[in-house]
Design a protein around this ligand. Structure first.
Ligand SMILES: [Zn+2]
Length: 264
């Protein structure tokens, strides 16, 4: 049985910061997104559409992940022509397709179908939480002259980190809750190691991860927008192995504490 993927602390922060980034009106939101869409279109010559006619197998994969995660929003999927192994999710002013997800050409060529499902599931996690709306307007309002109080920046930073951790859970669900596949993906994606090719067991990776994690739990560098890989892997291991939501919340608490205590 899968546990609830929502991280309660993330949800609370989302609400607090969303109220804080107001008073943007609905009109202003549409206008800002429209501007962003134009900025995005400028780069579109580097992108390749994922649709039924051009890339049917990839399109089917994206749609099946959407169905598995019960995402009903229309999503505009694209392949980005960059050689880094990554994906992204951005809001769009389009009423028909309010979200754009891109996966890099390198990811498409390097990852297996299951691993691609994890990447797409992770990005769809951002569509589900919509934390990027808070992030987008927070930056819009506070990057320039107007400064938010320091504690709001701290909350904002924590939201970014927890948002990635919750999106990871949707990635895990997207591959059919296979922990081995997920761990293999994380190491290939973040560290460049191909587990199958080099014959390293998941158990070995997890033990190495436990040692790394202790460093991060005691003041290690956390990462500005993306949590340290060791913490992400441990958070997924807990999500996959805990029996109840309460057990998960209890065991996640030290990880959340380390994030809340991080320096911005
Ligand atoms: Zn992400």
């Amino acid at each position: 049985m899968n546990l609830n993927p929502v991280i309660p602390q993330r949800k609370t922060l989302h609400k607090r910061l969303w109220n804080f980034v107001q008073p943007y009106t609905t009109f202003q939101i549409d206008q800002e997104l429209e501007e962003q869409k134009f900025a995005y279109l400028d780069e579109s010559c580097y992108n390749f559409p994922i649709d039924q006619d051009t890339t049917p197998a990839l399109y089917q994969l994206c749609q099946s992940v959407k169905e598995r995660l019960h995402v009903t929003d229309n999503v505009d999927f694209k392949i980005a022509g960059n050689m880094q192994l990554n994906g992204s999710c951005t809001p769009s002013a389009s009423k028909e397709f309010p979200s754009i997800i891109t996966v890099s050409i390198s990811a498409v060529n390097t990852l297996t179908d299951d691993e691609l499902a994890i990447l797409i599931g992770h990005e769809l996690g951002h569509v589900i939480t919509k934390d990027w709306l808070v992030q987008f307007f927070f930056h819009k309002r506070f990057d320039d002259a107007e400064r938010a109080p320091q504690f709001r920046w701290h909350q904002f930073h924590i939201l970014e980190l927890l948002s990635e951790m919750e999106a990871d859970r949707y990635g895990y669900l997207a591959c059919g809750s296979k922990l081995d596949t997920y761990i293999s993906y994380q190491y290939k994606f973040r560290g460049g190691i191909d587990q199958q090719r080099f014959g390293v067991s998941t158990d070995t990776f997890l033990k190495a991860n436990q040692r790394l994690m202790q460093k991060f739990m005691h003041g290690g560098w956390l990462g500005k927008q993306h949590p340290a890989n060791a913490l992400r892997i441990e958070a997924i291991r807990l999500f996959a192995t805990c029996k109840t939501d309460r057990e998960l919340e209890t065991k996640m608490q030290p990880i959340i504490d380390s994030i809340e205590n991080c320096d911005d």
